[in-house]
Design a binder for this molecule. Structure first.
Ligand code: CP
Length: 295
């Protein structure tokens, strides 16, 4: 069973993964006795290493893979690479790839695929760890004002989180430069000053220069759209700051706010390990709950 999109999970399935992650963080032991392969065709620090840590914590062996030193360089396709992992004995694969919906090409596989990011499409395990972090803080998603701010059009994190949070009862609001808005997302855009006043959760996004044809040309991005020291003072006492990272310090957030009291940025990373343990466990379960690509 695969995990390709947050939209394929019911609310009950999401809560089950969050509950499992909570139990894992409170000493539930996992011994999965399996082998996985992490196929990262795009750079990653947090996602890749937290999957590695999740595997180490769960008794999962890993096949090491780096595209630059593999037969990808000789032209081997993603499909043939995954089929090879399957033939070698992998019980699941975790894939990050620059192509949106790369998984649509991966039919005729008998092992689960866990999507670790497909271009600007989705990042479901990031969304689950973000949901876990918000639930730890507030206990519930109902009527929370969650503002997602930044490079929305290029952000798979924004897409996965907006869909999930809306379904779980949060009020989702967006902030973005006009050229980075995504008209396919059915949520209201507000100004950053207003966002800071109303947000319970202020979720900042990285400016994804690598996905911009002309790079980020806004020298004054922090002052115009980012979280400055001045704007942070507008936030409610109980509000928290989140960011999937890596952070462009001094671009989407003043550097000194990255580790301020209301920042949960490093807690998000910590939560990523237990969430990924829970996801691997669920995907490996026979007759498990996660979306099946063949349907
Ligand atoms: N948040 C996130 O996906 O980080 P990495 O790109 O470092 O994995």
């Amino acid at each position: 069973m695969n995990l390709l999109s947050i939209q394929d999970l019911s609310n009950e399935q999401i809560y089950r993964i969050l509950d499992d992650a909570h139990a894992i963080q409170h000493n539930r032991e996992l011994a999965l006795n399996a082998t996985g392969a992490l196929l990262f065709y795009e750079p990653s620090t947090r996602t890749k290493m937290s999957f590695e840590m999740a595997c180490m914590n769960s008794g999962v062996n890993l096949l090491s893979f780096t595209p630059e030193t593999s037969s990808v360089i000789k032209g081997e396709s993603l499909y043939d690479t995954v089929k090879t992992m399957e033939a070698l004995g992998a019980n699941f694969v975790v894939i990050r790839h620059k192509q949106e919906k790369y998984f649509e090409k991966l039919r005729n596989l008998s092992i689960p695929i866990i999507n670790a990011g497909d271009g600007t499409g989705e990042h479901p395990t990031q969304s689950l760890l973000d949901l876990h972090t918000i639930r730890q803080e507030f206990g519930s998603f109902h009527n929370l004002n969650v503002v997602i701010s930044g490079d929305i059009i290029h952000s798979r994190v924004a897409r996965s989180n907006a869909y999930a949070l809306d379904r779980l009862g949060a009020n989702v609001l967006l902030v973005s430069k006009p050229e980075w808005r995504d008209s396919s997302l059915p949520f209201d855009y507000i100004e950053m000053d207003e966002a800071c006043k109303v947000a319970d959760v202020l979720m900042l996004l990285r400016v994804q220069k690598e996905r911009h044809s002309l790079g980020n040309q806004d020298e004054n991005y922090l002052e115009n759209y980012g979280l400055t020291l001045q704007r942070e003072k507008l936030m409610k006492p109980s509000s928290i700051i989140m960011h999937p990272a890596p952070v462009n310090r001094g671009v989407e957030i003043d550097s000194s706010l990255v580790e301020c009291e209301r920042s949960r940025i490093f807690k998000q990373m910590k939560n990523g390990v237990a969430i990924r343990q829970a996801v691997i466990q669920v995907c490996l379960q026979k007759g498990g709950i996660i979306y099946d690509i063949t349907h």
